[in-house]
Design a protein around this ligand. Structure first.
Ligand SMILES: O=P(O)(O)OP(=O)(O)OP(=O)(O)OC[C@H]1O[C@@H](n2cnc3c(O)ncnc32)[C@H](O)[C@@H]1O
Ligand SMILES: [Mg+2]
Length: 202
């Protein structure tokens, strides 16, 4: 790796997961807060567009390569909501408690079988702000929405996301386990494979 990579995120939960996962891969990233990057407006209509907007914004402000993550949760009973609006589902951006409460409320009385949901994570890596071929990867994680919060780990919707393959909520999983099987973990594995193929991250 020749240059530092900027992590185009202000979400502390994501940043922690990236540091662990990328650290294991031998890749160092610096959060965009270290460069005083002004947050990009997420005006896209897809995770892909928003991830590219965030990565391009960080490249433009720093002159460095940047990695962005746009993610969220899709609930089948709600026809895919909150989806790309997951961070501001209840109105205020990043109010996890309010978002989780609202989701529980919207699914009140809904049968377990109809509470299916999945996390999405789209990663965009841009070598520079005008990069015409950003690397884009997508990971998903299947589960269902619980009737109440449980677990102390993770962030965001983790306390109300039941993971059938583990028999508990995402917030009840040790960090290492979540990182191995999550939407973000899956997308990052693809990014790592692409970096290895390119020989470096530039
Ligand atoms: O845009 P950045 O600065 O990265 O931070 P953000 O929190 O705004 O991130 P997004 O726009 O991608 O919105 C993602 C939403 O989905 C939630 N989310 C994403 N990944 C998650 C995960 O692994 N576990 C729980 N919630 C997650 C997260 O809490 C946000 O509410
Ligand atoms: Mg955001």
């Amino acid at each position: 790796m020749n240059k530092a990579i900027v992590l185009a995120s202000n979400n502390a939960g994501k940043i922690k997961e990236f540091n662990t996962l990328l650290g294991d891969m031998g890749i160092e990233v610096k959060p965009q807060s270290e460069f005083d990057v002004v947050e990009a407006e997420e005006t896209g209509l897809t995770f892909i567009e928003n991830a590219i907007l965030k990565a391009r914004n960080a490249c433009a402000h720093t002159g460095l390569p940047a990695l962005a993550d746009d993610s969220g949760i899709e609930v089948d009973y709600l026809n895919g909501a909150p989806g790309i609006y997951s961070a501001r589902f209840a109105g205020e951006h990043g109010n996890n408690q309010a978002n989780n409460d609202l989701l529980i409320k919207k699914l009140e009385g809904v049968d377990e079988l109809e509470r299916t949901a999945r996390f999405h994570c789209v990663l965009a890596y841009m070598r520079h702000k005008d990069d015409p071929t950003p690397l884009v990867f997508h990971g998903t994680w299947e589960g269902r929405i619980l009737e109440s919060s449980t677990g102390q780990e993770g962030f965001g919707y983790d306390p109300i996301f039941y993971v059938p393959e583990c028999g508990c909520s995402a917030a009840s999983l040790p960090k290492e386990v979540k990182n191995q099987i999550s939407h973000r973990g899956k997308a990052l594995k693809q990014l790592f494979a692409a970096f290895q193929k390119e020989g470096n991250a530039q």
